[in-house]
Structure formats: structure tokens, C-alpha cells
Design a protein. Sequence first.
Length: 377
Amino acid sequence: MSLTIVPVKAASERKQFITMVWDLYRDDPNWVPPLIADRKKLLDPERNPFWSHAEIEMFLAKRDGKIVGRIAAIVNWAHNQVHNDKVGFFGFFESENKVSTAHALFAAAAEWLADRDIEVMRGPVNPSINDEAGLLVDGFDDPPQILMTYNPEYYATLIESYGFTKVKDLYAWKLTPDFLSPKLERVQKAVRERENVTIRTFRFSPKSAFQQDIEILRDIYNTAWEPNWGAVKMNRDEFNALAADLKPVAAKDIVLIAESSNRPVGFALALPDINQALIQNRSGGMVGALWHLLTGKKRIKRGRIIVLGVVPPFQRRGIDAALYYEIGQRMVVDHKYTEAEASWVLEDNEMMNRAARMMKGEIYKTYRLYDKTIKEN
């Protein structure tokens, strides 16, 4: 059988790049179909400000005319400038369970990256570490939470057989209502008094207050995450675009800002796991998504803590515990969630992993990022 790898050029091919996943996952009960409109926006240089400092080339694998795989090669020039390296990325990887198909896709991506003087190929990221990142390698028993990746178990074998090796694991911690322990309550109360900490909700209106708080969140995010492995600051346009995407699904009382003596020093963002409703939207259409969100709202019994961070001068003072307690109270008491996911957390982020253990969390999903040298310096 004839296998060919073709770059995506036409609009029709871009749509095929997005929709080919239905053939791979149609019968998987844990797969949550993506929203086709969201994927189009994510990949559109005119509508996603990430592409102002990044390049992408997409490839389709065809066997006897049938699409059996895809990959994107990505250069994030901002990443290379910040980290002073020559790393390129692969993302949106999907493949039939054939080594020949996966290897041909990786080879196409590697060649495109090497032509741009890239020395190491890393992934998967879709399309950056600020978006969906990592290959699911453990925890295939239930569907992914909102904005987390999902893939068949055999993908790890395909990736590793090409010579990729693990560079970093990302953890998803499961938290149940009993993490709101008397000990955590005492700790966070003492922290609030000692550090003069107050926690308030993010202001979604009026527009001027919303924009002011967006700037506060962006400043904290870029400052708190700057020392982290692989982190790249988000510019104003990127952060505003992310805020606009998340605003319609956010629960207004579980986006929190911590202030010490009226100075913003940390924030926590949790989202309802709308995947519990969207898993029923098998077509990936926007109208169907709205219908399932409207009629399936009562099925949402869990939430994902996407971001929780404190600026470096105020770290290791317990402010993270106060944020966890406050957001946990609201998720459990007000929203009646039966569980929460804190994800993702770098495997070597001792401060956050220690906090999750203190809250009786368990690592129930692991995601992996891989590296492969594709060009010697």
C-alpha cells in the first residue's frame, strides 16, 4: 500500500487536518470531540495572536488516498529567544497504529524544522506549552478534563520507536471534597492573618474592571511562571485572546485574586469541566455544543483548577494554601462538585506537588513531553 506525506496548503486540506480525528476516535467512549470552529481559530494566523511570533507547517499522511495521520511542525521563536536554545515542536499528532505512518510524519516535521536551523524537536504541544501539552501515558480510564489532551495508549510506542525520549512529565492530581480538612482550614486562616491576605473574585464587569483584572492576571502569570521549565511569557494580545475564549465557560466565583495588603500577589483559575457535557456532542459543531451545554449543565460534577500561582517574593508563605482552600470551598459547597483536577503540574515542581499531597490528592493521569535531536550543532 502506498503511503504519502503531503503538506497542508488548501482550505479543504486544513479542514481535513482538523476533522480526520473522527475516523480514529469515533468508537472511543472516552474521547471528547473537539469543537471544529475552535480548532480552526487556533490554527488561523489571522485570529490567533500566538502566530505573530511562531510558524507552523501541517502535514497529512495518506495511504491509498485515505487520511491515516497528521502532524504539525512548529517553531515558537519567542521560546527560543527566552531559553536561548534551538528547539522546535511537534503537535496535533494523530496516527493509525502503524510505525511506518508515524515515522514518516515525524520525518517530515523534523526536515521542516531542521531547515530552520532547529536542533531539537519537542512535543506534543498544540501548539504551545500555554495551550494543550503532553501525551497521555497513564490514566486512560476516563475522559479528559477541559483543555487537556487525550490519545490512544499506542501513541507512546509510536513516538518512542522514532527515538524520542522523555524530557518532562506533567501530573494531573485528583482532589475529592475531603481535601478541605480541618488542618488546611487552620493553615490558611493563619496565613491570611500573618500575611494580611484577602481573596476576592475576578471582576467580569464592567468592561473597564474586567480589563484591569486581566492585566493583573497577566502580570502575575508572567512573573510567577517565568522561572518554570519551558515557560514563555504571554503578550497582551495572547492573554486577551485567551481570556475572551475562557470567559463564556468560566464560573465567575472560581476565578480568584489574592492580595496582600491590597497588592495582588497570586491568583487561581478553575473552570467547570464542560467536557462532561461536550462528550455528547459527537459532531463537533457549535450549535450542538451549545445545546449540550444548556441541557447537560447538571451533569457537570467536577472542575479543573487550571492555574494557581503566587509571585516569587510571596511564595513559600502559604498563600497557595489559602487559594486552594478558598477555591475548594466554592467548588464543593457552592457548585456541589464531587471532584476536582489540579493540572497540569510539572513533575519537579515540589511546591505544587507538596501542596497537592497535603490536600490528599492522588496523581491519576500523567502526560509526557518528549525530545529528539534532529540536527547536530
